[in-house]
Write a protein that binds this ligand. Structure first.
Ligand code: 6PG
Length: 474
């Protein structure tokens, strides 16, 4: 017999929490949400599809009481202290076997700590990465759960129902042990930062270097989005150039201050990559350039000091746009390769057992970094799930080789005309270094041994060596 209890509870009815809950309701689940703000609880109810079971509460205890045991409760609150605060107020209200889920962008080390703290008290705790923004939450996000497999089995039907679908397959999968879900989401965001930086560099070259109007830019990104560059981030870029400003004549993009914010997930990816010794330079540079964008006042001073006017890129538009498309495709592949190489290492090093083919599969729909090229990567990782770096895949290698000359041309044009294309450059340099059988690191080893007796290995015999280096000043 049908009871009046709810299938799923949400703590935090901001944009993501509300829309995800409404998505669940649209799939036939009875849902209840809690927020201290009465307006948000009300908005949840008024935005529900007629005929669905949706309730908004302002008292946590009342929400918890109305959930079907074992209770499934997700929190979507800002990362950090708010998550710990919610857990603290929730624990006295739940029963053994209940499942608490953190669906926000928490740092994976916090998630690991919370998994242990909550498990000790007899409850389940899972960290789940959710990507797709407001629209994705409502219509189908990509969902990255990890950790407690028993808890996952219980929430799986709900997550599968609400997630994005690609060729009928749900963009959700159990992505490994411990805090794997949040780890994968962190790397997803690092890749997100890198692709956004790359696209912004192509925009600067087309806009300032080639003088393309917003209408013309719209056409370029539209055509790119209809080919191999098809991706969510290229798609929204296409639209952005057409958005009118509602305050002044013209397009909104031209009125937006060139100072970027960041909530930290890109930085965490870089920090963690350094801890694990896996280079992700395109992500690093994307993080750094957001920071550089933020020092606008200094940039204004420096622009007066270094008066080197940027010049027009003197290559026919059609030729340059074609070269740039190849350069962007090349670099985007490199971004994914770096992020996935980090996941490969983290999987074993942090004992998470992350299934890379599944990661790539669920990124194909719903999330911010979804793109057509993920089909290619899915094939590569399905054929070889233990691929340490996507760049070792033969098909990927062929694609990069075929586009490299355009990558080089774009960088030459950009540097000759004075445009900073750090992410594009980094993509090329990463590949050039990665494919180098010989790197000049023998010299670095010699220097280390010279000044610090740090020792070195030789190419011609095994062992560890140290030399008393001489001075040869004459
Ligand atoms: C997503 C996004 C999202 C992220 C924002 C903000 O997958 O839906 O990654 O989770 O929080 O993109 O990130 P920044 O404010 O750091 O740019």
């Amino acid at each position: 017999m049908e009871n009046n209890l709810f299938d799923f509870g949400m703590i935090g009815l901001g944009t993501m929490g509300r829309n995800l809950l409404l998505n669940m309701a649209d799939h036939g689940f009875k849902v209840i949400g809690f927020d201290t703000d009465p307006g948000k609880a009300k908005l949840l109810e008024t935005s529900a599809t007629p005929g669905t079971r949706v309730k908004g509460m302002n008292t946590l205890a009342e929400m918890v009481q109305q959930l079907q045991p074992p209770r499934k409760i997700m929190m979507l609150v800002p990362a950090g202290k708010p998550v710990d605060d919610v857990i603290r107020s929730l624990l006295p209200l739940v029963s053994p076997g209940d499942i608490i889920i953190d669906g926000g962008n928490s740092h994976y080390t916090d998630t690991l700590r919370r998994v242990n703290e909550v498990r000790e008290k007899g409850f389940h705790f899972m960290g789940i990465g959710i990507s797709g923004g407001e629209h994705g939450a409502r219509t189908g996000p990509s969902i990255m759960p990890g950790g407690d497999i028993q808890a996952y089995e219980q929430v799986k039907p709900i997550l599968e129902a609400v997630s994005a679908k690609v060729n009928g397959s749900a963009c959700v999968a159990h992505l490994g042990k411990g805090a794997a879900g949040h780890y994968v989401k962190m790397v997803h965001n690092g890749i997100e930062y890198a692709i956004m930086q790359l696209i912004s560099e192509t925009y600067q070259l087309l806009h300032s270097g080639k003088g393309l109007s917003n209408d013309a830019l719209h056409k370029v990104y539209k055509s790119w989005n209809e080919g191999e560059l098809q991706s969510y981030l290229v798609e929204i870029t296409r639209d952005i150039f057409m958005q009118p400003d509602d305050k002044t004549p013209g397009r909104l993009v031209d009125r937006i201050l060139d100072k970027a914010g960041a909530k930290g997930t890109g930085k965490w990816t870089s920090q963690d990559s350094m801890d694990l010794g896996i280079p992700v330079p395109v992500i690093d540079i994307a993080v750094s350039l957001r920071d550089l964008s933020a020092v606008k006042e200094e940039r204004v001073q420096a622009s007066a000091l270094y008066k080197s006017a940027t010049h027009e890129i003197e290559v026919p538009n059609e030729v340059f746009i074609n070269q740039l498309a190849d350069a962007l495709y090349f670099s985007m592949i490199v971004c994914y390769a770096q992020g996935l190489a980090l996941l490969y290492k983290a999987s074993s090093e942090l004992k998470m057992d992350i299934p890379l083919p599944e990661v790539v599969r669920i990124w194909r729909g719903g999330c911010i970094i979804r793109s057509a090229m993920l089909d290619l990567f899915y094939k590569a990782f399905t054929e070889n799930p233990k691929l340490p770096n996507l760049l070792l895949d033969k098909q990927v290698a062929g694609i990069l080789q075929a586009r490299k000359h355009h990558m080089v041309s774009v960088i030459l044009h950009a540097t000759q005309t004075g445009f900073p294309v750090a992410a594009l450059m980094n993509s090329l340099c990463y590949l050039e270094a990665y494919r180098s059988e010989f790197l000049p690191t023998n010299l670095i080893q010699a220097q280390r041994d010279y000044f610090g007796a740090h020792t070195y290995q030789r190419v011609d015999m095994p062992g560890i060596f140290h030399t008393d280096w001489g001075s040869y000043d004459n």
